[in-house]
Write a protein that binds this ligand. Structure first.
Ligand SMILES: [Zn+2]
Ligand SMILES: [Zn+2]
Length: 296
């Protein structure tokens, strides 16, 4: 059974260019609203696999400005404007994010000015469909509300200089999905995650022998360990907890932790429903939250 409220991981990866884990991006389908949270590498490919026209996205919500979360934006924006069946956006591309969204989008408009000019002249594509409407926010609060879908942004902690950084809580029909964004262990995620049906959280892990390396320590200091994520889940008690943005660190000598390692570490602090997310995994949010794999 499909629900009228579902969340799909388009990209469950990190900057590493892995074919099976694309860059961070999450699709939210709630009633008649279609939202994208972040647009990492390959978001358009995953939307195409799902059969979701790129032009159907009602708004793109950004968590923060690390490039792995934004490098797919020009692709969603410009490819979504083409006249083909998988695109066809005829209304402005709406972007909502913490302060910095306007700078990013206005610079992308400059960067792609030639393409826009050429396609309007050559293909007669509608100028309205390539226009960008950007909204910024600077504090916790409701950032999107339409057709019974309400999205609340909440600040998270991705490190002292990686600011701003936010997570999102999406509510529809009495149900609630929460997406942590990139963050260290953070009480605000617990506050906004309380009572969530679905809690999607980032996670990072490295084998102990790798933890002596300073660059590994720096990366780990920007993220949440599996044990810490387990504490977040134990204190929020979602119907389903899921990992995305899996930072599985390695080097030339030391292999990355396995998914079993990750889940075992989470089990030290949490004994409830838990799944390690993967690209194209869908969470159907009803009385219970069920996992389904979509796309070709
Ligand atoms: Zn980040
Ligand atoms: Zn990231």
């Amino acid at each position: 059974m499909t629900s009228d409220f579902r969340v799909t991981l388009l990209g469950s990866g990190v900057p590493t260019p892995r074919p099976e884990r694309f860059g961070p991006s999450t699709l939210v389908e709630a009633g008649d609203q279609t939202l994208l949270i972040d647009a990492g590498r390959g978001a358009t490919i995953r939307l195409y696999q799902l059969g979701v026209p790129l032009g159907r996205i009602d708004a793109l919500l950004l968590t923060h400005y690390h490039s792995d979360h934004t490098s797919g934006i020009p692709d969603v924006w410009l490819t979504g404007w083409l006249g083909s069946h998988y695109a066809r956006r005829t209304r402005p591309f709406r972007v909502i994010g913490p302060v910095g969204a306007k700078e990013l989008m206005s610079n992308l408009e400059k960067a792609y000015a030639a393409d826009i000019r050429i396609r309007i002249a050559d293909e007669q594509l509608p100028p309205a469909g390539v226009a960008v409407e950007t909204e910024e926010f600077a504090a916790d609060g409701v950032v999107y509300e339409r057709s019974g879908v309400r999205v609340t942004a909440f600040e998270v902690d991705h490190g002292d200089v990686i600011k701003p950084a936010y997570g999102y809580r999406i509510e529809y029909g009495g149900r609630r999905a929460v997406i942590s964004g990139d963050t260290r262990f953070n009480e605000n995620v617990i506050k906004h995650g309380a009572g969530a049906d679905l809690l999607v959280h980032e996670v990072a892990a490295a084998r102990p022998e790798l933890m002596e390396e300073s660059y590994i320590q720096r990366i780990m200091a920007h993220h949440t360990t599996a044990r810490e994520a387990g504490t977040v889940f134990a204190r929020t008690r979602p119907k389903l907890a899921a990992f995305t943005h899996l930072v599985l660190l390695r080097n030339e000598r030391v292999p990355p932790p396995t998914l079993d390692d990750l889940l075992a570490a989470t089990r030290e602090t949490y004994d409830g429903p838990l799944v390690a997310g993967e690209d194209l995994m869908t969470f159907e949010i009803d009385e219970t939250v069920t996992v389904r794999r979509r796309g070709a």
